[in-house]
Design a protein. Structure first.
Length: 357
């Protein structure tokens, strides 16, 4: 494998101070697939973070800041195929088998034959991929598994209405700020700090809402300052007003649209989630399930939880993107889980708060 690029991600680039904790890397696997990853931390177990469908590794930015201030750990957040800035030959192949193999290949590319202890943490689709990866033993040094707000029963039920939900979303946004505003007002992300980073990985700039440009254009468009109106020396015409009129056509060519068309991934949805509960329960590693509501539990997981087969914690007043809406609470839950199993040590005076279940 070859490290193609490494740079320190600055807060100015993405508009969030939490991101200066990450190193941005491109990794090329033996199969010439290039994956975008973000790394943080120098010692302790590796927390390998897998995002949900349509999101990117940037959705973990605020959580990363919270977790590395509580425990000794290392973070690796991955843009899965077809998402973010990862480039593969067949980005449309989003089968659980293919994506779980990708995770295993990235671990091998990063660490070779002697990977450090790794905990897989996945949200929604990423949670399902984490389970498939664990069951296939693609991460031999696996020490723990965490699913965030994904349960087979509720996921399968939701698939029937997923296309309607996707059709209800805006197809384009006039600016990145507009996309961020929509994500918060619609409740997709309930944390503005996280939305400002996360949406950078969800949308891309395009020409005529069709031809995408590079991600740099998105970053540069995060902050736009209002120009003061200046009077023309001859006719007293507002220079700023005239400029806005001249820019009308230009703005039409600088819309933002979704990086991935989730509606086209429908044929893979069943494979992500069917049988997930029993697969999760069968993993012979310590397990953590974080949910936005206890009503999301299905029968198999309810029985498994009563039998003590995994640790569960409900984080109320959150939307589906639990780790974005309540990054501190998720960090506390994960940190407590790792300390409880003696996988790491607390730092910064962090005190564990053990859950009731």
């Amino acid at each position: 494998m070859t490290a193609l690029e490494e740079s320190v991600t600055s807060p100015q680039c993405f508009g969030a101070s939490t991101l200066n904790l990450w190193r941005t890397l491109w990794w090329k696997t033996k199969l010439a697939r290039i994956f975008r990853i973000y790394k943080s931390g120098l010692e302790g177990p590796v927390l390998l973070l897998l995002h949900g469908g349509g999101h990117s590794a940037l959705s973990w930015a605020v959580f990363t800041s919270a977790i590395i201030s509580r425990i000794q750990c290392r973070i690796v957040a991955l843009d899965l195929r077809g998402h973010g800035e990862t480039k593969v030959r067949n980005p449309e192949d989003l089968s659980a088998e293919t994506m779980s193999k990708d995770v295993g290949n990235v671990v091998e590319a990063l660490y070779g034959d002697l990977p450090p202890p790794i905990m897989l943490i996945g949200h929604s689709m990423g949670g399902a991929i984490a389970v498939h990866t664990a069951v296939a033993n693609l991460v031999p040094s696996l020490l723990g598994l965490c699913m965030i707000d994904v349960v087979e029963g509720t996921a399968m039920d939701a698939l029937n209405s997923m296309q309607n939900f996707l059709r209800s979303r805006p197809k384009t946004f006039k600016s990145l700020e507009n996309a961020i505003e929509w994500s918060v007002k619609s409740g997709q992300i309930r944390n503005l700090e996280s939305a400002r980073v996360s949406m950078v990985g969800q949308v891309k700039q395009c020409e005529g809402a069709a031809s995408p440009e590079g991600p740099k254009a998105i970053v540069e468009g995060i902050i736009e300052e209002e120009e003061e109106e200046e009077e023309d020396d001859e006719g007293g015409v507002s220079v700023n007003k005239r400029k806005k009129e001249d820019d009308t056509e230009t703005k039409k060519e600088h819309l933002y649209t979704w990086r991935i068309e989730l509606a086209k991934t429908e044929k893979y949805w069943d494979g992500w989630f069917r049988g997930l509960s029993n697969l999760f329960l069968s993993c012979p590693t310590p397990k953590l399930l974080l949910l936005a509501g206890v009503d999301r539990l299905d029968k198999d997981l309810t029985i498994g939880q009563m039998q003590g087969k995994f640790q569960m914690q409900v984080l109320p007043q959150c939307g589906h993107a639990v780790h974005e809406d309540a990054p501190d609470k998720v960090a506390e839950a994960v940190a407590t889980f790792l300390i409880r199993h003696r996988f790491t040590e607390p730092i910064g005076g962090f005190q564990c708060v053990f859950p009731a279940c």
